[in-house]
Write a protein that binds this ligand. Structure first.
Ligand SMILES: Nc1ncnc2c1ncn2[C@@H]1O[C@H](COP(=O)(O)OP(=O)(O)OP(=O)(O)O)[C@@H](O)[C@H]1O
Length: 258
């Protein structure tokens, strides 16, 4: 498991009494994500996992409360100005741009690239196993390769916060493990703060130290992944992952009042 490794370059992410709504769907998030750690965000479909990431990324503005990144209030800051990279399940790439151009966007939105940028892109492509595929278009890649391109872009952007919204959900188990190991390797080297939305318990266990469990648009519990998977999470979590009931709530897992 990778955690607190690297140069400690990650910064904390805090949702301070954030409220938000999509019509009748209400959200109330109050949570802190520790700098430099990988936190898995789990919860039933519709519980608000993507919404939470969108609030951090700035794709949605809070109705009230504050979003703090590295202690700075970014609640009204546009997405492009936030110190954040994000990888989605799909559609991370521009279809008409080559692999190297898609990665280059991580350095310059206008693709005006200096020599140092080009060197960083070449390095990122090598590190993600994409050397030789620089000129291909996204449609000429496999699903796993496309996600590698997205991770190469994360590498060249080098932001202190990485948001992963089920990035490997459509990949098979072995490939998913490879990709998770790649993320863990990047994290070990860069020490960024990672918020990792996943429905897969084994994926959370593989790379996350902490776990945040959402229910009905709010944080229901926070604790270490080890405690959650040792059966100490709330019953709703055990139901969610399909484990049997029973077991007391660990004192190390803070159950949130909703
Ligand atoms: N753009 C939107 N407009 C209106 N409602 C939305 C929008 N995005 C999400 N919702 C609603 O908000 C709720 C939370 O959605 P969200 O995508 O955050 O859940 P999730 O936990 O990520 O779910 P899943 O595991 O299925 O991806 C759902 O009821 C969803 O229908």
């Amino acid at each position: 498991m990778s955690d607190e490794a690297g140069g400690g370059k990650g910064v904390s992410v805090r949702l301070d009494k954030v409220s938000f709504s999509y019509g009748e769907a209400l959200f109330a998030f109050d949570a802190e994500f520790t700098a430099g750690q990988i936190t898995a965000i789990m919860g039933p479909s519709g519980s608000g996992k993507s919404t939470l990431l969108n609030l951090v990324a700035g794709f949605e503005p809070p109705r009230s409360g504050r979003v703090l990144i590295g202690g700075a209030d970014v609640s009204t800051a546009p997405p492009a100005t936030r110190p954040v990279s994000m990888v989605f399940q799909e559609n991370n790439l521009f279809a008409h741009l080559s692999v190297e151009q898609n990665v280059g966007l991580g350095r310059s939105p206008s693709l005006r690239l200096a020599e140092a940028d080009r060197a960083a892109i070449t390095d990122a492509l090598a590190r993600t196993g994409l050397a030789g595929k620089e000129k291909r278009l996204p449609r000429e890649l496999s699903g796993g390769e496309r996600q590698r391109v997205a991770l190469a872009r994360v590498l060249v952007r080098d932001r202190p916060v990485l948001l992963l919204d089920e990035p490997f959900a459509s990949l098979g188990p072995a490939l998913r493990d490879d990709m998770l190991d790649l993320v863990a390797g990047l994290h070990a080297e860069r020490g960024m703060t990672v918020l990792f939305v996943t429905h897969q318990p084994q994926d959370a266990r593989r790379i996350a130290r902490r776990l945040v469990f959402l229910e009905n648009g709010a944080v229901a519990a926070i604790g270490t992944a080890d405690d959650f998977f040792a059966g100490a999470g709330p019953e709703a979590f055990r139901r969610y992952i399909g484990a049997g009931g029973g077991g007391a709530l660990s004192r190390d897992i803070a159950r949130k009042r909703t």
